[in-house]
Design a protein around this ligand. Sequence first.
Ligand code: NDP
Length: 253
Amino acid sequence: MHYQPKIDLLQNRIILVTGASDGIGREAALTYAKYGASVILLGRSEEKLRAVAGEINATYGSLPHWFILDFASAAPEDCHRLAHKLSGLIPRLDGVLHNAGILGDIRPMEEQDPQTWQAVMQVNVNVTFFLTQALLPLLLKSDAGSLVFTSSSVGRQGRAGWGAYAVSKFATEGMMQVLAEEYKQHNLRVNCINPGGTRTAMRASAFPTEDPNKLKTPRDLMPLYLWLMGDDSRRKTGMSFDAQPNRKPGISE
Ligand code: NDP
């Protein structure tokens, strides 16, 4: 995507990023801060979140709020407690990037371990929903809220071996579409991003033999991540965007 936003694109915007400790989420949090947003970081590792918060502070002079929420065990009440804490700290949320996710097992359906299946659904679908429900009141206080989910090419077209992960990403696309319709008359747009194969730990575990140098980095994807959080996408809702529209799904040869 050739998009060159002004450096103050996200000035006065308050944006929460899940899975902000690593990979694409970490890069998105740093990028949103660079473009002027106040960011709120969510993750499960205190050490990693502190490091990202420290980097944002050192580079952009604003220390973000960060919170631990382990999606593997989080219940709706934990998400509501977090939203309550947030409402004491911030007047509204202008954006939420649902980015945290896990891969589960890459193996055929008949060999999918039911416990791992449930763990993938818990992180990628259930807690993403619990958190959305808890954060909606803060998002609806924005005059132009943007709710962004993270999908995958296997969330649009099933692929052998991608089991729970693929099914969870179909669910993510569905959640986005339902919410987009429900909030059509409000100041809230709801969309998905499919990052496409990207140089992160998750990608390396899915394709251990792939040369990571053949992949785009999280930073390369940021134009779309910025566009969806800024005013230029204000009228778009219910859509699923590709951060790498020309990339064919699957391993990079
Ligand atoms: P990473 O594995 O690099 O990062 C995943 C993030 O999710 C990390 O911050 C991780 O935290 C967090 N996370 C994982 N489990 C939990 C949990 N139980 N509770 C809270 N946070 C958790 O993955 P990517 O950056 O590659 O992926 C980001 C998103 O993009 C995912 O939704 C993924 O499905 C999607 N995606 C990625 C593609 C790729 O090629 N990389 C392609 C298509 C989609 P921690 O740092 O503690 O591990």
